[in-house]
Design a protein around this ligand. Structure first.
Ligand code: SAM
Length: 336
């Protein structure tokens, strides 16, 4: 193995420093078979000092191996919670700094990492609104086979609905109809007003075919939420779950909340942020929480145990977008 990987795996900071003093580019050495980085080995060794030294010398915090594992996961795999915590803190710090500096996308990866994510099935969903959608039993997919909404999310939608509409007679807003799961649960809660924003023409056609425009209290705003902002009112409960949009879009929606969520209202969103990697998920959740906090909104997380979805659940779907054992359901309210 390359000397820097050996030194990192031994947590040998003196040796690491000496190698980097002689050749600063050694920070870029990766294991030829797995792409594991010096940070992976240092994290696995449990040496905070070695991790710190590598970060100080410019090692990225978010490198992944060929099987998409981060250094933090290698640390946790060996029970090194303190190393996990340190890397989590670093991820949050770097991503917030990038966001402050106006760098694109809070989770921007280098080209090689991006390719690994594409190989892992994460695909380009731009141009989503021009793609034909198909409803099959309990599934909404686009023409490339990307799952837009899946039935396994039903229990989550039931809980999200209960959180934003705990009593009858409220005024609620849902952004993104999909399979209409949350809207069906919201109807059960008998809201006085139930507004739904939906952008895709095929989904809108299905809503009309199923008579959603005739249901009590329902108002459909057909268009991208970005384009119907002027028509929004103030709501007691708001839920957001679109498709093909990145964190910047979610953040942009969050910035509307002070104008559209009532003082005592509850907001929640589908928390699929980096839903296939526990470490990136935790970094993303912390950033979303901090961004909401900036607007005076407090987030409490309800932890929901997920059943193992198994491969058959993803039959006919190209991109597995969730694989974590716990779902962090956000319950957001203005701080009193
Ligand atoms: C994941 S599905 C929503 C599923 C829904 N929560 C349910 O319970 O069935 C996402 C929906 O958001 C819609 N959508 C995507 N981008 C949108 C946007 N910018 N504005 C409004 N709707 C959008 C999609 O067409 C799709 O119907």
């Amino acid at each position: 193995m390359d000397p820097i990987l050996v030194a990192a795996s031994e947590g040998n900071t003196a040796q690491l420093q000496s190698i980097l003093d002689q050749d600063p580019d050694a920070i870029h050495v990766r294991h030829p078979d797995t792409s594991a980085s010096p940070l992976h080995y240092a994290a696995e060794s449990g040496s905070i000092e070695a991790v710190e030294l590598l970060l100080t010398n410019g090692h990225p915090w978010n490198e992944v191996t060929n099987d998409h594992k981060t250094a933090a996961e290698w640390a946790l795999g060996k029970g090194h919670q303190a190393v996990w915590d340190r890397l989590l803190q670093e991820g949050i710090r770097v991503e917030m700094l990038l966001a402050l500096l106006g760098k694109p996308d809070a989770m921007e990866y280098d080209d090689e990492t991006k390719q690994k994510l594409v190989d892992a099935g994460q695909v380009d969903v731009s141009d989503f609104l021009n793609k034909k959608l198909t409803y099959t039993d309990g599934l909404l997919v686009d023409e490339d086979g990307n799952g837009v909404m899946m039935n396994w999310e039903g229990p989550l939608m039931e809980r999200h609905a209960a959180v934003i509409a705990p009593t009858p007679g409220l005024s609620v807003l849902n952004v993104g109809f999909g399979l209409g799961l949350i809207d069906t649960f919201l109807q059960d809660a008998k809201p006085a007003k139930h507004t739904i924003i939906e952008a895709h023409p095929d989904v809108y056609a299905k809503m009309l075919a199923d008579g959603w425009d005739k249901k009590a209290g329902v108002k459909i705003l057909f268009g991208r939420w970005q384009d119907v902002v002027e028509e929004l009112e103030v709501y007691d409960g708001i839920f957001f779950d679109t498709f093909g949009e990145d964190y910047d879009a979610l953040k942009e929606f969050h910035e509307l909340l002070p104008n559209i969520l009532s003082e005592t209202g509850v907001y929640s969103y589908f928390n699929g942020l980096a839903g296939t990697n526990i470490f990136f998920h935790e970094v993303s959740c912390a950033i979303a929480e901090a961004d909401l906090q900036d607007m005076g909104i407090e987030t409490k997380i309800e932890k929901i145990n997920m059943r193992d979805l198994g491969d058959e659940e993803w039959d006919g779907v190209r991109r597995k977008y969730w694989s974590l054992p716990i779902y962090n359901l956000p319950v957001c309210k203005f701080a009193m």
